[in-house]
Design a protein around this ligand. Structure first.
Ligand SMILES: NC(=O)c1ccc[n+]([C@@H]2O[C@H](COP(=O)([O-])OP(=O)(O)OC[C@H]3O[C@@H](n4cnc5c(N)ncnc54)[C@H](OP(=O)(O)O)[C@@H]3O)[C@@H](O)[C@H]2O)c1
Length: 272
């Protein structure tokens, strides 16, 4: 495993996404992921699996300080009245005193950014989280965060070989933040890619593993693939025993001309 080191934390570059995993399916997948070696888990208030995550990390032999858990505060909870109570509720569901990273899930234009960020900092002050960050923030919003001098550690956004995120990556790194790449497998579409398949054959791995390797080989980029299938959970984790050459990295980067987005941040959820 490779790590990103920030403010005393070692963040595993390969994490486990949990969108669309609930109930027994979630518990089975999470337990298997822990056994395989995953130590970084990504959830959100809106994923409705916080209690499953709590149950699994509460019963594992892996000590809490070896885990890196991210949670995200949903847009309807970003105002002063709801932010901290919603985080307290999340921690209750997870049976945790803190999460490692707490993010604003999506910007909500109907609530002042300053107000949400103040609440985020308050959550850190109360030790509900070790680190704070944002998700789905574009360059303009990151600049506002900078102006407000809020010390965020991470921006989580859509990033895979089919999207050009160079400008957002540059801005995120400039702020000394790391990137968490979501939809790192382009929702599974990378599996049929000819270029990735060709490179994968050379390394005797799968196209999905090449896509993940391409991400984690980039500076300050972590990736959080999701799978409900045991074989794929294991496969997605096995990306640290081969290395892509500079030429292979560049060839994969060229795939950004496909310009595919699976989640459009301009169509932010309707909050009312
Ligand atoms: N911050 C945000 O707004 C935001 C938005 C989206 C996602 N996320 C986070 O990012 C995580 C990952 O994104 P995602 O789940 O949307 O997409 P993803 O990880 O790119 O792709 C998941 C899809 O790919 C399939 N898959 C997984 N491994 C595979 C493999 N080795 N070969 C072939 N297919 C494979 C999965 O199916 P099976 O389950 O059947 O294997 C699933 O349908 C989420 O779970 C969530 O934690 C955050």
């Amino acid at each position: 495993m490779d790590y990103i080191k920030r403010e005393g934390s070692w963040i595993p570059k390969l994490g486990f996404g949990t969108f669309n995993l609930q109930g027994r399916k979630a518990i089975g997948a999470l337990e298997f992921a822990l056994d395989v070696g995953y130590r970084h888990f990504d959830t959100a208030q809106v994923y409705q699996n916080e209690s499953e995550i709590g149950q699994v990390i509460g019963h594992t032999h892996v000590s809490r300080d070896r885990l890196f858990i991210t949670n995200k505060v949903w847009g309807t909870n970003l105002n002063k009245a709801r932010f901290l109570p919603s985080v307290e509720e999340s921690l209750r569901k997870m049976k945790q005193d803190y999460v490692d990273l707490l993010l604003i899930h999506w910007p909500n234009k109907s609530i002042l950014l300053e107000e949400s960020l103040e609440q985020l900092m308050e959550a850190k002050e109360k030790q509900y989280c070790k680190h704070i960050g944002v998700s789905n923030f574009n360059i303009e919003l990151l600049e506002q965060v900078q102006q407000l001098q809020v010390p965020i550690l991470c921006n989580q956004f859509e990033y895979h070989p089919y999207i050009d995120q160079n400008k957002l990556l540059k801005k995120t790194r400039e702020m000394n933040c790391f990137v968490t790449a979501y939809c790192p497998l382009a929702k599974g579409e990378v599996t049929d890619d000819e270029v990735l398949g060709h490179i994968a054959a050379k390394h005797k791995v799968r196209a999905a593993q090449v896509a993940l390797r391409w991400l984690v080989q980039q500076e300050d980029v972590a990736a959080i693939p999701k799978s409900s299938q045991l074989m794929r959970i294991k496969q997605n984790f096995d990306v640290f025993n081969f290395h892509l050459s500079e030429e292979e990295m560049a060839r994969i980067s060229e795939l950004r001309s496909k310009n595919k987005r699976y989640i459009n941040p301009e169509f932010a959820p309707q909050w009312d």
